[in-house]
Write a protein that binds this ligand. Structure first.
Ligand SMILES: Nc1ncnc2c1ncn2[C@@H]1O[C@H](COP(=O)(O)OP(=O)(O)OP(=O)(O)O)[C@@H](O)[C@H]1O
Length: 724
């Protein structure tokens, strides 16, 4: 489904009563609901421009009417597991905050309070209809993007770090690291939290709006439905974007100008993204602003509704035209409607036969650029091209269920569902082969034939790629089988680390039962992030803020002292002799990547509190592994599968960020290698210490979709085969 774009024309404000109204709602047929916005040409008053939208709401539209028509119908989908995103877009002073938040009076309440009200009502009904067997819990996160930095609105501004919270990609979604989540039991609870949090949002008076939002505000409503052994999670996001503004009209002072520049820049990037998607460009500049990265238009699964807010008067004429232009292009963006997966609380880890797989959902994969190839105009172009080449191709390139049981593999790692690359039909692909590696049951499987499907090279008949792959696979299977005998469920990481991670996760996620320590842990995690990025001053501040939560913690004190020494040394231009603990985080991390899970993340002792706080990577790694157990995501199975030496070699080459080495891989020309290195550099710049640890992650890298990873991997194996 494409993004649903609706326009809302606000009424005249009391100070505008004598102003000229130039924006009108219209319809193609009399008596039909409005779908058109009419506005005169700025050059020739007699000429009229018409913009078509999914719906257009005129000045008389009430809050309730808008909600009932545009949002209420999607509540059902939300409870079916679809994510729903609603965002308000428009020039400053056109009614975005009014639409999303609204006033305090019942009739004036905006989309957000009404959405929550609807969620609780439905939750009650579900609980009642299921005789209490299904319970629904709601949790909120609320944050703002101010001057391209992310701040948690549930935290008081005093504890904000200047650089804000970092973003990460996980399972194809952009997540804010360290964002708090508040359980929210009922509407009263919500009102309290929401009002409190809104006081933390940056607003200011400008000439165009007495209460202008100076930030983009994003509310995430997580709805979790739990029955005895399964949970279904879906998220409604309500986004009140800051409004674009023409500073010739705002009389903004210096501070407001800086804000305005940041607002305008992110909105400009948003319009660039919309343009690029609707043009069918391969590169969509999502990453150029935090707002576009989070919004990820067209990359989200689920339902997206864009509410374009318009002021009816002439003084907004050019701005109105510009936002009408952007929004009408947004209609062309395709959003995939994919329900989130049901998470079974206890999923068998072992492969038990085809019957158990017949209903396994394909995972929501991190999207690659290839996704955009299927959106908007390019999708149409692609379809046109494909008509002549692949008549047997499914109409949708993004089927999400695999209902066909696979006789050979019980748990299958599917290809990214929405790649644009034409794939040859089964029998078997190398990715499936990889996913199978690491499963004891493979011992009884027939030898995979994926690579043997390729013609073997006449010049090296002695050993083919398939044979090498089979040998590697056999070896891995043997090792795994012997491990299985020793311990039926081999731990992914050592038990001790696992326990600590669980404790950390519990503490952070369950702050309520944790004497406020979760706040301390959060400070420590943030400190860690700052340190990773080399922001020592901020890291020090965070460590110091954590100290009251862990009084007398020796390691923490030592860490603070070390950081202070380091900063003094830096100021004095001295080199501090680096010990292991002060090794550049990126190097340590890279080393860790190479060394493998357990010992890799940090050389320090993870004991007690410090253990918990030392490295947020543990949290992430633990979360990932927990998720992998619950969801039985094939790509996570891939993540968990031990890397064969060749896979590791491939990752090492990629992580080297050496274009020449990468060009040695099959399928990499100079441009592709350069693009990849650029991308990796940008990630390292952003995250300090970042590298690709699994093939699944590698596949999520732009340009690595389709068969790129397989080709590079096969190429490596063939090279070795030739050398033998
Ligand atoms: N549909 C409406 N009915 C009545 N008043 C409205 C409506 N829409 C907007 N307003 C009023 O218009 C003014 C500006 O609205 P609002 O603050 O929501 O604009 P905004 O687009 O969020 O601006 P900014 O981007 O600067 O934050 C407010 O006084 C608001 O109450």
């Amino acid at each position: 489904m494409s993004v649903r774009v609706v326009a809302r024309i606000r009424p005249l404000l009391s100070k505008e009563m004598d102003k000229d109204i130039i924006v009108h709602a219209g319809s193609t047929d009399d008596g039909k609901p409005s779908t058109l916005v009419r506005i005169p040409s700025p050059k020739n008053e007699a000429e009229e421009f018409t913009f078509a939208f999914n719906s257009v709401y005129d000045m008389s539209t009430t809050q309730e009417e808008l909600f009932t028509a545009e949002v209420a119908p999607h509540l059902k989908s939300l409870f079916q597991g679809l994510d729903v995103t609603i965002f308000a877009y428009g020039v400053t002073g056109t009614g975005k905050t009014h639409t999303m938040r609204g006033g305090l009076k019942l009739a004036e309440r905006g989309v957000i309070p009404r959405l929550l009200s609807g969620v609780y009502r439905r939750a009650k009904k579900i609980a009642k209809d299921s005789n209490g067997e299904t319970t629904v819990s709601v949790a909120l996160s609320y944050y703002e993007i101010y001057n391209d930095k992310v701040f948690d609105l549930f935290e008081p501004p005093e504890i904000r770090t200047p650089s804000g919270l970092p973003l990460r990609e996980a399972y194809g979604k952009t997540v804010v690291v360290g964002l708090s989540e508040r359980p929210c039991e009922d509407l009263k609870d919500f009102e309290r939290l929401y009002i409190e949090a809104n006081n933390n949002r940056v607003t200011a008076a400008t000439k165009l709006n007495a209460h202008s939002s100076r930030s983009h505000a994003i509310l995430r409503v997580k709805v979790t439905q739990t029955t005895e052994n399964q949970t279904l999670e879906s998220i409604a996001s309500a986004i009140d974007l800051a409004g674009s503004e023409d500073n010739r009209r705002t009389d903004n002072g210096k501070e407001r100008l800086v804000e305005s520049a940041a607002i305008n820049k992110s909105l400009f990037v948003l319009s660039q993204c919309i343009d690029a998607i609707s043009r069918g460009d391969r590169r969509i500049p999502f990453r150029e602003s935090k707002m576009t990265r989070i919004l990820s238009l067209g990359q989200n699964n689920g339902i997206t509704i864009m509410i374009l807010n318009l002021a009816p008067i002439r003084s907004y004429h050019l701005d109105t035209l510009s936002s009408l232009n952007v929004s009408s292009r947004a209609k062309r963006i395709e959003v995939r409607e994919i329900e989130n997966e049901i998470v079974y609380k206890q999923v068998p880890r072992t492969n038990t036969g085809s019957s158990s797989t017949s209903m396994i959902r394909q995972p929501l994969r991190p999207l690659t650029n290839a996704h955009n190839v299927h959106s908007g105009a390019i999708a149409a172009k692609e379809k046109e091209k494909e008509k002549t080449t692949a008549a047997d191709r499914p109409v949708k390139a993004f089927n999400v269920y695999t209902d066909r049981s696979k006789p050979v593999t019980a748990i299958v790692a599917p290809r990214p569902a929405n790649t644009a690359v034409k794939r040859s039909p089964p029998p078997k692909r190398a990715s499936e082969l990889e996913s199978c590696i690491g499963k004891p049951s493979k011992l009884t499987r027939p030898t995979p034939i994926a690579l043997s499907a390729k013609p073997s090279q006449p010049s090296q008949p002695s050993i083919s790629a398939a044979q090498i792959e089979a040998m590697v696979e056999k070896k891995v299977s043997e090792i795994l089988a012997s491990r299985t005998q020793a311990a039926p469920e081999p731990p992914e990481i050592s038990d001790a680390v696992q326990r600590r991670l669980e404790a950390l996760e519990r503490r952070i996620e369950d702050g309520k039962h944790d004497d406020g320590k979760s706040d301390g842990l959060r400070f420590l995690l943030m400190a860690r992030q700052h340190k990773e990025r080399g922001e020592d001053a901020s890291a020090l501040k965070m460590y110091e803020m954590a100290l009251p939560f862990f009084p007398g913690q020796v390691k923490l004190l030592a860490k603070i002292e070390r950081l202070k020494d380091k900063m003094i040394a830096k100021r004095e231009g001295r080199e501090l002799i680096s010990d292991d603990a002060e090794e550049r985080p990126s190097e340590r991390r890279r080393k860790a990547c190479r060394q493998g899970d357990d010992e890799g993340y940090d050389a320090e002792d993870y004991d007690g509190t410090e253990a918990d706080v030392e490295d947020e990577d543990f949290v992430r790694s633990r979360k990932k592994s927990k998720k992998s157990k619950l969801l039985v995501k094939p790509d996570v199975v891939l993540d968990d599968a031990p890397l064969t030496p060749h896979m590791q070699q491939l990752l090492d080459i990629i992580n080297s960020r050496d274009a020449n080495a990468i060009m040695g891989l099959q399928g990499f020309g100079p441009k592709k290698a350069r693009d990849l290195v650029e991308y990796l550099d940008s990630r390292v710049e952003e995250d300090g210490a970042w590298c690709i640890e699994t093939l699944a992650q590698l596949r999520a890298v732009p340009g690595m979709g389709g068969r790129a990873v397989e080709r590079a991997y096969e190429g490596l194996i063939q090279t070795v085969g030739r050398a033998l």
